[in-house]
Design a protein. Structure first.
Length: 68
């Protein structure tokens, strides 16, 4: 993960600032590949750091304590 220093913290900050972002939005802001971020967010969800919610066809992400 040395190519992505502080990625978890950056994701958490983005979700605190603007909860409910889609993977595509997060990937663009973080300048990472969307497919990589999908797996990374799944790991964060399994660790209890983020929460995913399906809204229509989209899957949006929230910081765990910012749930809607």
């Amino acid at each position: 993960m040395s190519n992505f220093p502080n990625l978890t913290e950056r994701i958490i900050r983005l979700l605190e600032k603007d909860p409910g972002q889609q993977i595509q939005q997060l990937a663009w802001e973080l300048k990472v590949i969307r497919t990589f971020l999908t797996g990374y967010l799944l790991a964060l969800e399994n660790d209890g750091k983020v929460k995913a919610k399906k809204i229509g066809l989209a899957k949006v992400y929230f910081r765990k304590n910012n749930e809607v």
